[in-house]
Design a protein around this ligand. Structure first.
Ligand SMILES: C[S@@+](CC[C@H](N)C(=O)[O-])C[C@H]1O[C@@H](n2cnc3c(N)ncnc32)[C@H](O)[C@@H]1O
Length: 478
């Protein structure tokens, strides 16, 4: 096997194993779109695409989700007086949670109608969203691992983890579930236990520690895995300091809960503001030594940062480095191709096909007047120390130009599909994506099935010489 180049891996390139293998082996069997013709010509002309990862709940997690409604009803029965108002309560809470309020009242889950609405609509949809990531994410936990879940609410993340990762059901874990609202934690623990018993007839060897505590409060241990779902949008924007500064402060607080070789996973609702938060947090985590594992297929600048621009103003960046001529510093990531100049850049978010959700959840949603086609989310996995895989390493030594990266791309590049497909003027289909080249338009020949939003691909095809005129994206045939 050829040596892996740290720079290439950091930039998301696939190692060229074929160069050392025999010619036969150099053509991967997963090559698609192979047209008839001489073999040599095929090898040069046919774009090769290998799907590496999808973003969808596993069959096992969907099977487990079937039991969730009964577990909620059993452990948190709906009082008769709340039954008739449930639809309205769900609707009201939905309006509150999706409004652009800069922060919410501290105890919005503290009243029985709101908590009941949360448990019956938001909890299961968030389990569905989380299961789409956790089912496929490439992570493993040692025996006796410590997980800290910030803003755990009704234990949505432990429920999703149990549903999505059957192999962890026999592993002893300690999970600190931290939230400022005790009532939500207690309801969640009862639901979690009833859910496991209903779905599998036994509880996992997980020690679940409920902590009524706010983000920043202390815990007795540091985590192998730190998680948080749908929490930062509740208070992050309250602070008026510049976005980059707040992201750095948040990254430092998060890393304060994490072991030196731990990983962290943050999911947010997928609205424009949350997308910008995730992009800013990614840059801040990189500056603090934690590299992105996903969805990012590289550790260069983010080409879909929404309103996020930089961690620190350029002057401060230079001062922070102590050398006015030394750029890029750890606060400035190597640039990539960006979307055409506009007020706000697109933000990184994914839409999971909601038709895969259990019928009971679709029925609850339809009754509340909130039918869902796609469950939208933004997220980031990051890690430091031994958990940071080289494929996304720290990009410090990366100084390759876009031209060099384009040349390397024809040997294999990681691409994360972000958008839904749309028609291009020539009849082919396009999907916006992220790659180490930057903002990328994956072009699919007419008649080929599109990719799912969130799919991670290995693409072996040279980018077209010209960027897409409308969007500015690098065009990658697939
Ligand atoms: C939208 S709920 C998310 C709950 C759960 N993680 C989920 O995905 O369903 C947000 C949770 O964050 C909690 N929360 C908000 N601000 C917090 C803070 N500063 N510290 C701890 N928990 C907080 C709220 O009490 C609430 O339970």
């Amino acid at each position: 096997m050829p040596p892996l180049s740290a720079e290439g891996l950091a930039a998301g390139f696939i190692p060229d194993f074929g160069a050392e293998l025999g010619d036969e082996d150099a053509i991967p069997r997963y090559v698609t779109n192979v047209h008839p013709g001489p073999r040599q010509a095929q090898r040069r002309a046919a774009p090769a695409v290998r799907p590496l990862e999808i973003l969808a709940p596993s069959t096992e997690s969907l099977r487990a989700l079937e039991s969730l409604q009964a577990a909620i009803d059993e452990s948190f029965p709906l009082q008769a007086k709340h039954r008739d108002s449930l639809r309205g309560d769900i609707r009201q809470l939905w309006e509150e949670l999706t409004s652009d309020r800069e922060y919410r009242s501290v105890d919005y889950l503290g009243t029985p109608p709101a908590l009941s609405a949360y448990l019956r609509y938001f909890l299961p949809w968030n389990v569905f969203r989380l299961a789409s990531i956790l089912s496929n994410a490439d992570f493993c936990l040692p025996d006796n691992a410590v997980i800290i879940d910030i803003g755990s609410g009704p234990l949505t993340l432990p429920i999703a983890l149990w549903a999505s990762r059957p192999e962890l059901r026999d592993v002893p874990l300690t999970i600190y579930c931290m939230d400022r609202v005790e009532r939500a934690l207690e309801a969640g623990k009862a639901i979690f236990e009833t859910f496991c018993l209903r779905a599998e007839g036994r509880l996992p060897p997980w020690r679940i520690e409920l902590r009524k505590e706010s983000f920043g409060g202390s815990l007795p241990e540091r985590a192998h895995l730190l998680t948080s779902a749908n929490v930062f949008n509740e208070f992050f924007w309250k602070d008026r300091a510049p976005l980059g500064e707040r992201a750095l402060a948040t990254a430092r607080s998060l890393l304060g809960y994490l072991r030196a070789d731990g990983s962290l996973f943050i999911m947010e609702p997928g609205d424009p503001r949350s997308g910008a938060f995730i992009s800013a947090l990614r840059a801040a985590l990189l500056a603090e030594g934690a590299a992105p594992l996903g969805p990012c297929p590289h550790a260069l600048s983010c080409p879909m940062p929404g309103i996020f621009r930089h961690l620190l103003p350029p002057e401060e960046t230079r001062v922070a480095k102590g050398d006015p001529n030394a750029a890029p510093s750890r606060f400035v990531l190597p640039p990539v191709a960006m979307p055409k100049k506009r007020d706000k850049f697109p933000w990184c978010h994914f839409g999971i096909d909601a038709s895969k959700a259990p019928a009971w959840l679709e029925a609850v949603s339809a009754e509340a007047g909130l039918p869902k086609e796609r469950a939208v989310l933004s997220y980031i996995w990051a890690a430091r120390g031994a958990s940071a895989r080289p494929a996304v390493g720290i990009p410090d030594p990366l100084r390759s130009s876009e031209r060099e990266r384009r040349a390397k791309a024809s040997k294999g590049i990681l691409v994360r599909v972000v958008s839904e497909p749309f028609a291009l003027p020539d009849g082919s289909a396009g999907q916006y994506a992220c790659s180490s080249l930057g903002y990328t338009l994956v072009k699919r020949p007419r008649g080929e099935a599109p990719f799912e939003s969130g799919a991670l691909l290995e693409v072996t095809a040279a980018p077209l010489p010209r960027n897409d005129e409308k969007s500015g994206a690098i065009v990658l045939p697939s």
